[in-house]
Design a protein around this ligand. Structure first.
Ligand code: GRF
Length: 207
């Protein structure tokens, strides 16, 4: 068991359905940590209203093209440090974080991606999978490194791809699995059960 209770920040740019599943897990006592902050780069993100409704601090940090990625990362890092955040979950966050932010949270920034990585990183993963013609796709929770969807894999779940699938139907099937997988991965972290060894994340047994 971790010695202290972790304080999670969720970064989300839009709809926030993964945030919703994380909040539901926290509410049910399945997360093992507190959701202390929600941050969005998009002032209109539904994620912000979901957070406020749950009584969680919601902050907007807009990306300023002039100032660039490092300045954006510094703002986020300062905000997280100020709120004593110990772990970060990206949930549909559409910005790439600079290394300086990641260095502030070594092996403590998680992301969820709607494909079985390393296949189909980047945008429109479900459309990429359909176009390629795979029979199985799914979702991946991974640690964030400086690449796009390249960090060590924590958990994956597979779903079938059916003959009549389109991007919407496949995305919906994957999303249902995402909502189970992300809280599960974060709960493993909060129970101190993840060991990062190079590219591999070992899951230790529950004592
Ligand atoms: C999800 O499909 C997630 O895998 C991807 O962005 C989407 C976010 O959806 N990174 P939501 O905002 O959590 O509903």
């Amino acid at each position: 068991m971790a010695e202290h209770r972790h304080r999670l920040a969720v970064f989300a740019s839009g709809r926030g359905s993964n945030l919703e599943s994380i909040l539901a897990a926290a509410e049910a006592g399945r997360l093992g940590m507190d959701v202390a902050l929600v941050v969005s780069d998009n002032p209109r993100a539904r994620a912000l209203s979901l957070a406020r409704r749950a009584g969680i601090e919601a902050q907007v940090v807009e990306y300023d093209r002039q100032k660039g990625r490092d300045a954006f990362g510094r703002c986020l890092l300062e905000l997280c440090r100020d709120r004593e955040i110990t772990v970060v979950a990206l949930a549909g966050f559409m910005r790439i974080l600079p290394q300086s932010f990641l260095d502030g949270f070594p092996d403590r920034v998680f992301n969820i991606h709607p494909a079985l990585l390393p296949s189909f990183p980047g945008l429109h993963a479900q459309a990429q999978a359909l176009e390629y013609g795979v029979r199985v796709s799914g979702c991946t929770v991974h640690l964030v490194d400086s690449g796009v969807d390249t960090g060590p894999i924590v958990l994956q779940a597979a779903v079938p791809v059916y003959e009549d699938d389109d991007e919407d139907s496949l995305s919906a099937r994957i999303l249902r699995r995402e909502h189970l997988l992300y809280p599960r991965a974060l709960a493993l972290f909060s129970r101190d059960r993840l060991r990062v060894e190079g590219r591999r994340v070992r899951i230790t047994s529950d004592e």
